[in-house]
Ligand binder design. Structure first.
Ligand code: PXP
Length: 248
């Protein structure tokens, strides 16, 4: 079975657009879990643009499935991770000016630093995954850090606009996958996956975990908007409800 990690950052993005308390990503995590999520994934960014320290603390107390903390390999966030103790930490690159995580981690130029953080997290009972492009040099370097899993960045695949490019990206991802699973590591993938393009990635042999955020949160607005409007109508026109009840 492939585990689904639901990335709930976008619930917090909506909350931060108004600097208010709703929608609460912790509530969203509970609902995602009720919907069958095997994991809840959040990215505590250095600029706290969406998920904040309070969210991570409360999620640790409430999430019953796997809590996966995406984090930059920096001391400030590593300290928080060691304190919160998520079940899994996924090391990702982070640039302040980016809209979302762009590209995988470059570990060939910081192998010792990454290895050190991987060990610190593991010594505290946290399983570590590295978010890497399907680039064999990066994957080789990732395997050498001693991490438990590698999450292949599927962003380039998701952006392809024709069948030839899509097939080429799938070939790259399959090659990278083989390297990961032959080394005995868990195979994860994520970024840009949606209800259409996820199938080819889910069909990759030995795939263990997919982390999906944007498409699921976007769809939840569409499948939930009708009920939300209906609830508001009932509140602003309570007499209509009573009149209907009278009729019956
Ligand atoms: N995996 C990682 C490591 C990510 O950084 C993200 C985006 O935060 C995702 C998966 C989910 O990507 P998307 O929101 O495009 O589904």
């Amino acid at each position: 079975m492939i585990e689904l990690g639901v990335n709930i950052d976008h619930i917090a993005t909506l909350r931060q657009a108004r600097r208010t308390v709703e929608p609460d990503p912790v509530w969203g995590a509970v609902l995602a879990e009720l919907g069958g999520a095997d994991g809840i994934t959040v990215h505590l960014r250095e600029d706290r643009r969406h998920i904040n320290d309070r969210d991570v603390k409360l999620l640790r107390e409430t999430v019953r499935c796997k809590l996966n903390l995406e984090m930059a390999a920096v001391d400030e966030i590593a300290k928080i991770a060691l304190n919160i103790k998520p079940d899994q930490a996924t090391l990702v690159p982070e640039r302040r000016e980016e809209i979302t995580t762009e590209g995988g981690l470059n570990i060939t130029n910081q192998k010792d630093k990454i290895k050190n953080i991987v060990q610190q997290l593991q010594n505290n009972g946290i399983s570590v995954s590295l978010f890497l492009d399907p680039d064999l040099t990066q994957i080789e370097a990732g395997i050498q850090t001693g991490c438990e899993a590698i999450e292949i960045h599927t962003g380039s695949y998701a952006l392809t606009k024709n069948k030839i490019d899509e097939d080429n990206e799938i070939k790259r991802i399959i090659k990278a996958s083989r390297l990961i699973t032959n080394a005995g590591l868990r195979l994860h993938a994520g970024h840009g996956l949606n209800y259409h393009n996820v199938v080819r990635i889910a069909n990759i042999p030995k795939m263990k975990e997919l982390n999906i955020g944007h498409s699921i949160i976007a769809r939840s607005i569409m499948v939930g908007i009708k009920e939300a409007v209906n609830e508001m109508k009932k509140i602003i026109n309570p007499q209509n409800i009573h009149q209907t009840e009278d009729v019956f």
